[in-house]
Design a protein around this ligand. Sequence first.
Ligand SMILES: NC(=O)c1ccc[n+]([C@@H]2O[C@H](COP(=O)([O-])OP(=O)(O)OC[C@H]3O[C@@H](n4cnc5c(N)ncnc54)[C@H](O)[C@@H]3O)[C@@H](O)[C@H]2O)c1
Length: 258
Amino acid sequence: MDYHNSPFDLQGKVAVIIGGTGHLCGNMGVALARAGAEVVLVGRNPESAIEKLAAIDAFGGKSWFHRADVRERQEIDDLLTAVLLRSGKVDILVNGAGASLNTPFLEITDDEISTIMDINFKSVLRACQIFGDYFINRAEPSSIINIGSMAGKIPVNGLFTYAAAKAAVHSLTKNLASEWGDHDIRVNTIVPGFFPTGQASQQGDETRALEILRQTPMSRFGEADELTGATLLLASSAGSFMTGTEIIVDGGFSAMTL
Ligand SMILES: NC(=O)c1ccc[n+]([C@@H]2O[C@H](COP(=O)([O-])OP(=O)(O)OC[C@H]3O[C@@H](n4cnc5c(N)ncnc54)[C@H](O)[C@@H]3O)[C@@H](O)[C@H]2O)c1
């Protein structure tokens, strides 16, 4: 699709995608690059970025990989420094690193609580602090897109710590939207339903998959590309009056009551 000369045009913009080596956020990276943005895919493993970097290169887009473990504040600081050095600026930040475990509640250890909160929530808070400070000082329109989860909205069996971490991401998003509205820094959440890819594919058994599908009016799982519309809307001037919102992309899962 050609987004040039449309409100979704991102030519001249730089997007940093934390978790961009993963399935959903990697696809978001391809979508942002297709709309013209220079894209920085951030993750712990360079090999995981190869396919997405090649996909972007194939249509003449611009992208590169930066290695960071976002559990460490210093690594997020170093990420911003590296992006400013190589790309000169940042306009869009996507916070999509994620990991979940479905340990029975009474067996969850302190180590697991720390790890899951660190990856899914504290890393988002730290990245919002570090990039937010940069955005405030730069004083240009900026967009932060946090990746939440349906599990953070309504109970999804067995994902206790992950669900709490994602609920915290939803809350942080709204608080920052309120805090930074005057600075033209928009902060929004995309709330995916069930996309059986990456981390999500490791949790599912067949019975659970059938339960999810029964609860989903569209009777299927999502495809990674189906997050493209929400991503481009929130990243671009098409969404210039949107902040503090949650865009739910779930095939109707959260609309179903019986
Ligand atoms: N797949 C789904 O059904 C689904 C549903 C709701 C929300 N989500 C959220 O969407 C996002 C992407 O999920 P996905 O399914 O594509 O999973 P994925 O496992 O493919 O992607 C997660 C990415 O996060 C990265 N990551 C994890 N810990 C990190 C760390 N400490 N430092 C840097 N990077 C780290 C991983 O390397 C990976 O690239 C996550 O935030 C996830 O919670 C996914």
